[in-house]
Ligand binder design. Structure first.
Ligand code: NI
Length: 192
C-alpha cells in the first residue's frame, strides 16, 4: 500500500485546482490513471508460488487484451497485487479488478482441486480452504500528475525489495520493472 495521494487535497479545494490537472488526459491522452491495490483473503500468501504469479501475469495480459485498457505498471506480490491502469471506454477499473480476481481464483481453484484429488484429500477440506481467495474490498487512487505516476511506479517496483523477497527489482519478474528498465518483460506496458 502506498500513501494517500494528494494529502493536501482535504485542506481545501483551491489546493487542487492550483496545480492539479483536471484529469490525466494532459499526460496520457486516455483519461485518469488508477492506482489499484487488492489483497488475498486474510492477507495470506496465496500468490506465494512462481506458478501462481505466472498465472496472475498471464491472466492480467488476457484481461487487458479483452477490455483494452492501458496497463502502465503492476506488481504481483505473494499476498497482494498493485496495478496502475488507464480508463477505457468499455470498462470501469472496478470491472477490471472483478474480472481479474474471478479468472485467477477460478484457475487457482481448479488447480488445487486437481492436486487434492491426486493427494486423495477429502474434497470438502480443499473446498473449505479455497472458499475465499480475495479480500472483498480494493483500493483505488486516481493519479493525476507525472510526479505521482513516477512515485507509484517506483513504489511497485521496489515493493519486493522492501519486503525482502529479493535484493533487486530485476530478480522479481512479476512486475513492470523489467519493461521500464530493459524494454522487455513478461508483459509489455503502455508507458505514458
Ligand atoms: Ni504493496
Amino acid at each position: 500500500m502506498g500513501g494517500l495521494p494528494f494529502a493536501g487535497y482535504a485542506k481545501g479545494g483551491l489546493f487542487r485546482f492550483a496545480f492539479m490537472p483536471k484529469n490525466l488526459r494532459r499526460v496520457t491522452g486516455r483519461g485518469d490513471l488508477h492506482f489499484i491495490t487488492f489483497c488475498c483473503y486474510q492477507r495470506r500468501a496465496l500468490l506465494g508460488t512462481v506458478r501462481a504469479r505466472n498465472l496472475a501475469v498471464q491472466i492480467l495480459g488476457q484481461v487487458r487484451a479483452r477490455y483494452g485498457f492501458a496497463l502502465v505498471g503492476y506488481v504481483i506480490m505473494p499476498e497482494h497485487v498493485h496495478l496502475l491502469i488507464g480508463e477505457s471506454e468499455t470498462v470501469s477499473p472496478a470491472k477490471v479488478v472483478q474480472v481479474f480476481k474471478q479468472r485467477l481464483s477460478r484457475r487457482m481453484r481448479a488447480r488445487k482441486r486437481a492436486e487434492a484429488k491426486q493427494l486423495r484429500l477429502r474434497f470438502s477440506e480443499g473446498e473449505a480452504e479455497l472458499r475465499r481467495f480475495w479480500q472483498r474490498r480494493y483500493y483505488d487512487f486516481n493519479v493525476y500528475t507525472r510526479a505521482k505516476l513516477r512515485e507509484k511506479l517506483d513504489y511497485m517496483h521496489a515493493n519486493p525489495v522492501k519486503e525482502k523477497l529479493v535484493a533487486h527489482p530485476r530478480e522479481w519478474p512479476w512486475s513492470s520493472w523489467s519493461y521500464y528498465a530493459t524494454g522487455e518483460g513478461l508483459l509489455k506496458m503502455e508507458a505514458v
